[in-house]
Write a protein that binds this ligand. Structure first.
Ligand code: ACO
Length: 318
């Protein structure tokens, strides 16, 4: 709650990888470093053109990360220092794989960002080709902060198992990406958007949920393996959804989500998880719903890398 609304994603990444928030100079140099590492090797960019136009962006990303490993000169050096370097490349390039992959699939050329942009502004610019407003870049920072790390969730566990065989960090992140895709984990934020697109207002939401529960179907964006009384990320994401709603004239999304929360609590005792409110937030930032889970990955890669480094530094096979 202290960090998400106030600290840029670069600083969150530094905190995860180094253990402390950066000084202003360290923050500045990390920003420059991520900007410098942003470009993909030419042959990886070429490979993005080989995918069918309707390939799932999650699959393009997973394959792209796997391929990037082959171009990293430090691939098989699992020392702390080498893993840190590779982590910075991964944090920078996962975003590029998502934005360039999306543009290429739509017949558009990748765009080259201005080196002075923040990571979040660059993500939006490279996706849309337009310079984002400050409030949009800030909202992106909040989303990235909330998704950056979440302890021993399914994808992180997959990354750590892979790392624990002393496989390289790209192998571990590829495992994590395969695991994130599923709708019970990261894929839920795409499914939540599919649900919200069918619900025009809060009353319709109440009916929609009750019908779904009567058929004993799952409602994406609800429930959590660990949180039983509330997902700590939801209050910040809910406030962001309300704020973006006011700015973009789409206040209805947050109102619908709030009613869904009310009904799920009453009917099933289930809480909303972060993916429920992330779905409309990303929509209001102009991000296509097919990229909701890849956006999650653009951020969580920082947390995954921190876990892989910790695993390699003190390894024991899982
Ligand atoms: N909608 C409807 N019912 C649900 C939901 C849901 N979203 N989640 C749990 N339940 C029900 C189950 O059907 C079960 O009911 P029953 O006892 O009558 O059989 C009961 O609640 C317990 O459910 P479990 O699946 O045992 O709970 P578990 O802790 O194993 O599952 C999970 C957690 C997988 C996240 C689950 O809540 C779910 O599938 N949610 C939807 C997917 C989702 O939103 N995932 C994102 C998680 S957060 C993240 O990855 C960022």
């Amino acid at each position: 709650h202290e960090l998400a609304p106030n600290v840029p994603f670069e600083d969150i990444g530094w905190l995860l990888l180094n253990g402390d928030l950066p000084t202003p100079e360290q923050s500045e140099s990390l920003r420059a470093r991520l900007a410098a590492e942003h470009a993909l090797p030419d042959r990886v960019l070429e490979a993005l053109r080989l995918f069918p136009a309707d390939a799932a962006p999650n699959d393009v990303l997973r394959t792209g990360v796997s391929m990037l490993g082959a171009f990293d000169p430090d691939l098989n050096d699992h020392s702390h220092a080498a893993n840190l370097e590779k982590s910075l490349r991964l944090v920078a390039r996962v975003s590029t794989l998502v934005t360039s992959g999306w543009r290429i699939a739509r017949g558009a050329a990748p765009v080259t960002p201005d080196g002075r942009m923040t990571h979040s502004a660059r993500f939006l610019y490279c996706l849309t080709g337009r310079q984002p407003e400050n409030w949009q870049a800030h909202a992106m920072d909040v989303v990235f902060a909330l998704y950056a790390e979440h302890d021993f969730n399914a994808s992180t566990f997959a990354a750590r198992v892979t790392a624990s065989t002393m496989a390289d960090i790209y192998a571990a992140i590829t495992s994590a990406l395969g695991t994130l895709k599923g709708p019970l984990h990261g894929g839920a934020n795409e499914q939540a958007m599919a649900m919200l697109r069918q619900i025009p207002d809060p009353d319709a939401g109440e009916v929609w949920i009750k019908e779904r529960l009567a058929r004993k179907e799952k409602v994406m964006g609800f429930g959590h393996r660990v949180y039983k009384s509330g997902d700590s990320r939801v209050p910040v994401m809910r406030a962001l959804a309300r704020d973006l709603g006011r700015r973009t004239g789409h206040e209805m999304w947050a109102e619908v989500c709030e009613r869904l929360e009310e009904v799920m609590r009453r009917e099933k005792g289930l809480i909303a998880n972060v993916d429920l409110y992330a779905a409309p937030v990303l929509q209001m930032l102009g991000i296509p719903w097919q990229l909701n889970t890849p956006v999650f990955a653009c951020s969580r890669v920082a947390g995954w890398c921190a876990h892989v480094i910790e695993q390699h530094d003190h390894n024991r096979l899982i």
